[in-house]
Design a protein around this ligand. Structure first.
Ligand code: NAD
Length: 356
């Protein structure tokens, strides 16, 4: 019997190409570090709509729940863009996150040394290396709160509600403090406690949880200030914890500081070990099937899976080191620079395996 059972949701567009490379790298890592993986595939997104009529078939949820972790490529594409909202590929994404209870979204924003020039921020501001981890609450807050339309003073109006319970804040804060303990023991809480009552409860609760983590240095920033600080001095951050809506915006900002969308991984975690690991980019229909997609974001997502779900930190580190080494010489077209050797998706996967 294999040591781990992984469900693959290859999805649409470049999804299958990049996931195939990530699987190759994972198998190679298993050989090197002495563990074996059994894979199962399931449908999500456009391919699921074509085969079953819905973006998230029940069978997919069952397979994911029965596995140790899930690797997702990307979903969506012009073919399904005109379907009603609840039948679009993206509805499958929201559905699987909810069904698996994935309440914590981890988005690292990392610049690999050789890719420094990809960042739109000046070198002297980036300083050494950038390595920020944004922890975003994923299943609560304004995206899931009550909403509606009504008439106010004779005019059409609309409203949404931001609400968090103490247990929701506590569990995301614990994820962030635990991560900070494994990194540089520095956590920035981001809220809007000068204005919002929900933020005041958020901050009080984070402070309460901090008593369990005396070694972690905790500071607080208002979200507007954090947005500025990310561009002014990104090196000051280690781990950032924040609500669903603020995390949505700040994690996109932080990913742009790193510069290259084909390089950035993400993890969504549940209460248990089960996590869903995926690149932050979409299905890139413009380059699907051309063999030129950058598989590194998915390969780095596999490294996150090894670290956060499968408890194989050495294997995770080995993948990250191999990726950094390969980037010194080889690039896919999206991150190509003069003087480097241009390679395709499959070749990039092979090079990472060879470096391992
Ligand atoms: P996208 O991320 O797919 O592509 C944006 C640009 O980046 C494109 O030019 C693309 O070629 C390039 N790019 C993205 N990933 C790349 C990679 N690995 N290697 C090389 N180049 C890469 O965003 P989009 O074009 O806005 O969306 C395309 C489709 O993906 C839409 O249907 C959208 O809804 C969907 N989408 C899915 C997810 C997801 O599955 N998590 C996330 C975002 C968008």
């Amino acid at each position: 019997m294999a040591d781990y059972k992984i469900t693959l949701l290859k999805g649409d567009g470049i999804g299958p190409e990049i996931v195939n490379q990530a699987v190759k790298v994972l198998d190679k890592t298993g050989e090197k570090f002495g563990f074996s993986i059994e894979y199962d595939e399931a449908l999500l997104g456009g391919c699921a709509i074509d085969a079953t009529g819905v973006p998230l078939p029940d069978e997919t949820v069952e397979k994911c729940k029965a596995s140790d972790s899930v690797i997702l490529g990307a979903v969506g594409g012009p073919k399904w863009d005109t379907l009603p909202g609840n039948l679009r590929p993206e509805a499958g994404l929201l559905g699987i996150r909810g069904a698996l209870g994935l309440f914590a979204n981890l988005r690292p924003s990392v610049i690999f040394g050789p890719l420094k020039s990809a960042s739109p921020i000046k070198d002297e501001i980036i300083g050494g290396n950038l390595d920020i981890m944004i922890v975003r609450e994923l299943t609560g807050g304004i995206y899931f709160g009550e909403r509606g339309r009504k008439e106010v003073g004779g005019h059409p109006a609309a409203w949404d509600t931001e609400m968090y319970t103490v247990p929701e804040i506590e569990r995301i804060a614990k994820v962030a403090f635990d991560l900070a303990m494994k990194r540089n023991k520095k956590l920035t809480n981001v809220d809007k406690a000068n204005v919002l009552e929900s933020s005041r409860l958020w901050r009080e609760t984070v402070i309460k949880v901090s008593k369990e983590y005396p070694e972690v240095e905790l500071n607080h920033l208002y979200v507007d200030n954090c947005a500025m600080q990310l561009v002014r001095n990104p090196g000051q951050f280690d781990v950032i914890v924040t609500s669903n809506i603020f995390g949505d915006i700040l994690s996109d900002e932080a990913s742009m500081i790193a510069g290259s969308i084909g390089m950035l991984a993400s993890a969504s975690l549940s209460d248990g070990k089960l996590g869903l690991y995926e690149p932050i980019h979409g299905s890139a229909p413009d380059i699907a099937g051309l063999g030129i997609a950058n598989p590194l974001a998915t390969i780095l997502s596999v490294a996150m899976m090894l670290r956060y779900s499968l408890d194989q930190p050495k294997a995770a580190q080995a993948i990250e080191t191999a990726v950094a080494k390969v980037l010194e010489t080889y690039r896919t077209p999206d991150i190509f620079e003069e003087g480097m050797k241009k390679v395709g998706c499959e070749e990039m996967g092979d090079l990472v395996c060879k470096e391992l």
